[in-house]
Each structure stands twice: as structure tokens, then as C-alpha cells.
Design a protein around this ligand. Structure first.
Ligand SMILES: *Cc1c(COP(=O)(O)O)cnc(C)c1O
Length: 383
């Protein structure tokens, strides 16, 4: 029996006293809803990812929803998404009344490619939501070269990819619009929370209104004004606001992002060393055109790996190690079982035979060695 002290969690948010103090300051200020901290966090985050504007929202799910609204996607439109993603990617397409069309992914990166997208293009394709899955950057330039001549919009689901790089620049740097998550399973967390980043000032202004009931004057601006301000409701909007409490945490987390990534890359390198030359196991790596923040460190097992993926998860659980099945395939879930799709063999193989290993800032090399020993037990014992 393992005790709670030697349990190895899959992810631990890297929070500390600075975040506590920042929250206490916001509470003491008396303004806890969306206000000055949110504005400051938007500016700082946009600058970090090389975008002109940031629009903070309540989650990446609501960010994706608003991105599609602001791109004018609606009923009769088809939006290409990877099935190989957290289900929110596909759900956002449904929220605007459009049809998600599932495309397969590349086996090395877990991301869409021009080939997998081309296989599902149709006359009603209006947009593609590409995902930088698990922090591995997608080949944005290649997808853009396919999409642009066809007037297809490219929305980036960068939920996992804060601080990942693509061809030397931060992921999101020249995105039409990118959506980010600050859920505790990602690197930079605010509890719940999300962000949109983009360069277009007009679209950013519309996104700001859409997240706040379509109001012409934000609640924060109305509060700051000395005279009476009469707002108008310019279109049907939403309440997708972030709070200043969350943004205060985000500002501290953002300062730690580079250290978090450096540590994760160090830990990933140790996993790579431990798994090198092990037959039947392949670990996720950087693509040749960019660097992952290793938000998810997943390994793919050969289909005939002894005990299979589920056996590996069971061995890890027995050893007090919290791992996860690999990234899900949305088309296999009941919510999408009626959606027609092309064959998705790579998605199905990845989701069936992969698992996510623990990786968190304070993890030790000894803990990693315990994880790998449990994973490789049947091959190490020559079974
Ligand atoms: C986590 C995640 C989301 C959803 O993020 P929330 O902030 O929890 O809404 C969307 N897309 C991908 C690829 C994710 O990993």
C-alpha cells in the first residue's frame, strides 16, 4: 500500500505566497470583478505572446466560442477541428450552430497537417480550429498556406501552449485569433480563466463587448467615470468575464512562466533519457520547427506492448502514481457519435495507446525514475 505522502500527482499548479498576497490586495481594494487587474493581465499576456491585444475571459472554452462568433461563423458553416483534442474544441463549433468536421492528426505531433485538413475540405468549410496539442506547436505556416487562398479562417486553440515557440517566435504571435486556458491542468493558472489574443484592434474591441453582454461601455469604465454614463447593448453578448482576483494570480503566474517552462523542459529531457532505446515506447518531442512547453508529456506504446496502455495505467496507479489516458478523441464520445467523419486511424491509435505521465515543477528525478520503472516493468523483467 502506498501512503499519501509518496503519491505522485500528474500535475501540480506552481502557486505560492506571491499569488496569495496578490489576491489579498485585490480583496482589500474592494474591486474584485473585472477591473484594473484584468486590463493589466491582458496587456502583459498579449505582450508575452507577441500579440497586439489580449481579451481576458472566463475559460478557453468561452474564448473559443467568442472567437468563432467574432469570425462570423454560424449555421450552415463547417469548421474543421481535430477530433484528437479536449472536447471543448469541438463543442465551441456547436455553440455557434456550425458543424464540426473531424480531421486526423500527425502521429508525431498530434496536430492537424495540410494533408489531414485537405482530406476533409468542403464547399462549406469556413474555418479551421488548429490545436497546439499538449503544448506541441502546430505547423501554422503550412496550414495558413492551405487556408488563406481559400478564404478559410484559422483560429488557434492554444489552450495548452503558453510559452511554446514556433519558428523562433511565441505561439500565437501572428495568429488571426488565439485562445488560451488558465485551468490548473495547464502551465499558467488562474483557477479558471482564459484569454483571446489577436492583432486586429476592431475585432478586439468587439470581443471585449461580447464578453460583457454586448455593452458599449464596460462596467469598469462606467465605474471610473465621474459623470453619468448610459451604456447601450449593441448586440446579444455573453457574461464571459474574468475577475480581478483571477487576473492578480495570472500576473504573478506570468512572471513565473519562463521558469516553469525551463523546469518542464529539463524534466522532459530526463524522461527522454530514461526512455531512450526502450523498444515499444515513443515519447512526445519537439517538432523540428518549434519547441513545446511540455504541458503534457505523453508516451505512445506499441500496440503489442505487454499489458497495453490500460495495463500501464493500472501499474502506475498501483504504485501510487497518477497518470492519465492520452488525449481524447472527440468523435468516439456519445456527444459526437452521430457526426459523420472520415477514417481517423492516427487519432484512434494515439488515443488508444498513449498515456500522459506526471510532470510538475517540483517533481524530482527520483520520482521520474519511479514512474518509468512502473511503466516499463513488463519489459524490464523480460516478460
Ligand atoms: C483545456 C483545453 C481546453 C479548455 O480549456 P478551459 O479553460 O478548461 O475551458 C480547450 N482546448 C484544449 C486543447 C484544451 O487542452
Amino acid at each position: 500500500m502506498s501512503t499519501t505522502t509518496d503519491r505522485i500527482p500528474v500535475m501540480v499548479p506552481f502557486l505560492g505566497e506571491r499569488e496569495e498576497k496578490a489576491v489579498a490586495e485585490v480583496v482589500a481594494s474592494g474591486w474584485i470583478a473585472q477591473g484594473p487587474r484584468v486590463a493589466q493581465f491582458e496587456g502583459a499576456f498579449a505582450e508575452r505572446v507577441g500579440a497586439g491585444h489580449g481579451v481576458a475571459v472566463s475559460s478557453c472554452t468561452t474564448a473559443l466560442h467568442l472567437a468563432l462568433v467574432a469570425c462570423g461563423i454560424g449555421p450552415d458553416d463547417e469548421v474543421i477541428v481535430p477530433s484528437f483534442s479536449f472536447i471543448a474544441t469541438a463543442n465551441a463549433v456547436r455553440y455557434v450552430g456550425a458543424e464540426p468536421v473531424f480531421a486526423d492528426v500527425d502521429e508525431q505531433t498530434g496536430n492537424l497537417t495540410p494533408e489531414t485538413v485537405r482530406a476533409v475540405l468542403g464547399p462549406r468549410t469556413r474555418a479551421i480550429v488548429l490545436v497546439h496539442q499538449g503544448g506541441v506547436p502546430a505547423d501554422v505556416r503550412a496550414l495558413r498556406e492551405l487556408a488563406e487562398p481559400l478564404d478559410i479562417l484559422l483560429v488557434e486553440d492554444a489552450a495548452c501552449a503558453a510559452g511554446s515557440t514556433y519558428r523562433g517566435a511565441p505561439v500565437g504571435a501572428d495568429a488571426l485569433v488565439a485562445a488560451w486556458s488558465f485551468h490548473p491542468r495547464k502551465l499558467l493558472t488562474t483557477g479558471e480563466g482564459g484569454m483571446l489574443t489577436l492583432d486586429d484592434a476592431d475585432r478586439a474591441a468587439r470581443l471585449r463587448r461580447l464578453r460583457e453582454h454586448g455593452m458599449s461601455v464596460s462596467a469598469a469604465d462606467r465605474h471610473a467615470s465621474t459623470g453619468p454614463v448610459l451604456e447601450q447593448y449593441l448586440e446579444v453578448g455573453f457574461n464571459f468575464r474574468m475577475t480581478d482576483i483571477q487576473a492578480a494570480i495570472g500576473l504573478i503566474q506570468l512572471e513565473k512562466l519562463d521558469a516553469m517552462i525551463a523546469r518542464r523542459r529539463e524534466l522532459a529531457a530526463h524522461y527522454h533519457a530514461l526512455l531512450e532505446d526502450v523498444p515499444g515506447v515513443r515519447a512526445v518531442r519537439d517538432p523540428e520547427y518549434g519547441q513545446s512547453n511540455y504541458q503534457s508529456f505523453w508516451v505512445l506504446l506499441d500496440p503489442d506492448f505487454p499489458g497495453g496502455r490500460d495495463g500501464a495505467l493500472a501499474r502506475l496507479a498501483e504504485g501510487g502514481i497518477s497518470a492519465r489516458r492520452g488525449i481524447m478523441a472527440s468523435h468516439l464520445e456519445p456527444a459526437y457519435e452521430k457526426v459523420e467523419h472520415v477514417d481517423l486511424p492516427v487519432t484512434e491509435r494515439l488515443t488508444r495507446d498513449s498515456l500522459i505521465l506526471p510532470l510538475f515543477h517540483t517533481m524530482t528525478a527520483a520520482q521520474q525514475e519511479r514512474v518509468v520503472a512502473a511503466l516499463l516493468e513488463p519489459v524490464a523483467s523480460g516478460a
